[in-house]
Design a protein around this ligand. Structure first.
Ligand code: DX5
Ligand code: ZN
Length: 219
């Protein structure tokens, strides 16, 4: 499976979002949008009006990582704002089947996310309902943190689960992805790499993405 690169807008310069998005768009596969509410995570990032505004300036596939309490409540508005995929934390959504149903009703692709301390088994029963499963490789809440290699066995577990069932579910890894950690993640079975700092803070984002792709090929 081809690896997808999904830069996280959280690392962009918020004073000039349009040019930041255009700078990376030709080189990447998805745009990762980290929505935070200051409750589920200690930080507040951006929300629906900002997503709506950037939808007008790009055709990229919008991957919205929801870090809020009561994530289901926002799905209709996120869909209207132009989001394509919502990923919801199992820690915030005790009933993932209802979240999935809400996503389908709103024409959204759906995924479940696990924090570094949450075992893969917490989402295993729902993987067949997911387009993507996300393994956090940092504590959610901030960009620019250091990759936690201890989560790699969970990526392997997810890969095995998906393959044993003949599923085409993407496995995304989120947090601390650099050319060094990208290879570890894809070797473990990740197919989508979220990279905020590594892409948006690079002088040459095209070269940065190229480095990530090259690192992902070497397994
Ligand atoms: C953390 C976010 C990540 C983060 C990734 O809560 O979910 O998507 O922005 O940023 P880097 O690549 O800088 O770790
Ligand atoms: Zn994220």
């Amino acid at each position: 499976m081809e690896v997808k690169i999904a830069p996280s807008l959280l690392a962009a310069n918020f004073a000039r979002l349009e040019s930041e998005v255009s700078r990376v768009a030709p080189h990447v596969d998805w745009l990762h949008l980290d929505v935070m509410d200051g409750h589920f995570v200690p930080n507040i990032s951006f929300g629906i009006p900002v997503i709506e505004a950037i939808r007008d300036v790009t055709d990229l596939y919008f991957d919205c990582h929801i870090m809020t309490t009561n994530p289901d409540a926002y799905l209709p508005e996120l869909a209207k704002a132009g989001v394509n995929l919502v990923t919801v934390h199992i820690e915030a959504a005790p009933d993932p089947t209802r979240a999935k149903q809400r996503a389908v009703e709103n024409g959204l692709d759906f995924g479940l996310v696990i924090n570094p301390v949450t075992p893969f088994q917490a989402i295993a029963p729902y993987v067949e309902q997911c387009d993507v499963v996300v393994v956090m490789s940092v504590e959610p809440g901030h960009g620019g943190q250091t990759f936690i290699p201890d989560v790699l066995p969970k990526v392997e577990e997810a890969r095995e689960w998906v393959e044993n069932r003949g599923l085409r579910t993407d496995i995304q890894i989120d947090g601390g992805i650099t050319p060094e950690t990208a290879g570890q993640a894809t070797s473990a079975g990740a197919t989508v790499l979220v990279a905020g700092t590594a892409v948006f803070r690079a002088d040459d984002p095209a070269a940065a993405v190229q480095l990530l792709r090259r690192a992902s090929d070497i397994r």
